[in-house]
Design a protein around this ligand. Structure first.
Ligand code: MN
Length: 210
């Protein structure tokens, strides 16, 4: 069974321009993409090519270059390889409705190399073990990272995205939103939502008893 069945089940390709996609592979180097997605909530979709699909995590706060940050990353359904170039509008009524743009992309490789073992074989093993270590060669994200599955009983699909200490790491506060296109549709959607939230439409505000 295709690992894309869950992806396909959630979507109506007559209504969204997202790729229907099949299992496909890049050339010599594995690719990654991070999409900034203004859906019901803004989040970043972190996707690693593996075995012809994009293994995917939704990162609510976005990635960080500060090793002190452990960013929650909820593993979601595999996406087709073609999804790595997807940008645009997912129409209302569709799964993940909202605006999508590419925030970063590039190639990646396994951190630990064992002789004669291909990166993909290693990475797949690490994925199954719940601890992926890799090097990103992106425009914004570079150097060593780890994705570690949380082990607590109720963790479900929760992983943590962590930057390793290296020459690309920062020690200052890192906010992915600072490195975005200020006039893009995604930014406009985020701003519109913030404005709606701040508007004086009266909502029952619970007051603490005096
Ligand atoms: Mn998303």
């Amino acid at each position: 069974m295709s690992t894309l069945s869950s992806y396909k089940k959630k979507r109506n390709f007559g209504s969204t321009k997202e790729p229907e996609g099949t299992i496909a592979r890049s050339g010599k180097q594995l690719r990654f993409v991070i999409q900034r997605h203004a859906a019901s909530r803004l989040h970043y979709d972190f996707r690693l090519e593996l075995e012809g699909v994009l293994k995917s995590w939704a990162v609510p706060k976005g990635p960080s270059l500060n090793p002190a940050d452990k960013r929650l990353a909820m593993m979601v359904e595999d996406h087709p390889y073609d999804y790595r170039t997807f940008e645009g509008t997912i129409p209302e009524g569709n799964y993940g409705a909202g605006e999508v743009e590419i925030w970063d992309e590039g190639t990646y490789e396994a951190l630990q190399k064992e002789s004669r073992k291909r990166d993909e074989t290693l990475l797949l093993k690490e994925l199954q073990q719940g601890s992926l270590k890799f090097i990103l060669h992106g425009k914004k994200l570079k150097g060593e990272f780890a994705l570690v599955k949380m082990k607590t009983e109720d963790a479900g699909n929760a992983w943590l995205l962590i930057k390793h200490k290296d020459d690309y790491a920062v020690t200052t506060k890192y906010d992915a939103e600072k490195f975005t296109n200020k006039t893009s549709k995604v930014t406009k959607a985020v701003k519109a939502k913030a404005a709606r939230k701040a508007s004086p439409k009266k909502q029952a505000v619970k007051k603490k008893p005096a």
